[in-house]
Design a binder for this molecule. Structure first.
Ligand code: MG
Ligand code: FE
Length: 203
């Protein structure tokens, strides 16, 4: 860096040397590369997030027996999620990158959510719906950051593709917001009807 003294004693001469100009353009190139590196890293995180979502939705939908509407919606979003993972992979290949790096961020996040919610026996339908709702917001925040990054890097097509994923996550979050109270009431009513036996109420 230039100090005030250096700037006062011949800055113009110094900045006009080939070495200085090369350093400036090299610096810009490194900046651009590191922005793009962040985009690639975060896309890989998003890919592992969607893979985790597939496992989670598959497990949740597969266990539901007495909540047909929630089951159907979860299966529908499972189908969307598989397409979302493909879209993220498509974004990575547009950047000449792959999905080889395995990130643990999402696994830690999911484990954290589960730890906070607890694992009380017999209320899994409510806890899973809460977890799914939370996960959708994790996905929403990831895509918002990714879209801003893609725009910053000058990749509007990637921003557009990720915008499709973002809309689907927002729709799923909105559906869950609407239906969480209903699912909870259904659970409580089934529980009461079964005289406190959770076996049919819980899923
Ligand atoms: Mg998703
Ligand atoms: Fe989702």
């Amino acid at each position: 860096m230039w100090t005030r003294d250096q700037a006062g004693s011949g800055l113009l001469e110094k900045t006009n040397t080939p070495t200085f100009r090369a350093n400036i353009s090299e610096g810009r190139k490194i900046m651009a590369e590191s922005k793009k590196d962040m985009l690639v890293m975060w896309l890989r995180d998003a890919y592992s997030m969607e893979k985790q979502a597939i496992d989670m939705l598959q497990s949740h939908a597969g266990r539901l027996e007495n909540y047909p509407e929630l089951k159907a919606r979860t299966e529908q979003h499972l189908g969307q999620t598989r397409v979302q993972a493909d879209r993220v992979q498509d974004c990575l290949s547009r950047l000449g990158a792959d999905t080889s790096t395995i990130k643990e961020l999402t696994a830690r996040f999911t484990a954290g959510v589960q730890a906070v919610m607890g694992t009380t026996a017999g209320d899994e339908v409510v806890k899973n719906a809460m977890g799914d709702y939370t996960f959708e917001h994790f996905e929403i925040s990831s895509y918002r950051c990714l879209i801003a990054t893609a725009e910053e890097v000058g990749e509007p097509e990637i921003a557009r593709i990720l915008g499709q994923n973002l809309r689907e996550e927002e729709e799923q979050a909105a559906w869950l917001a609407d239906h969480l109270p209903q699912v909870t009431r259904q659970y409580l009513q089934k529980l009461e009807a079964a005289g406190g036996d959770t076996s049919s109420a819980k899923r």
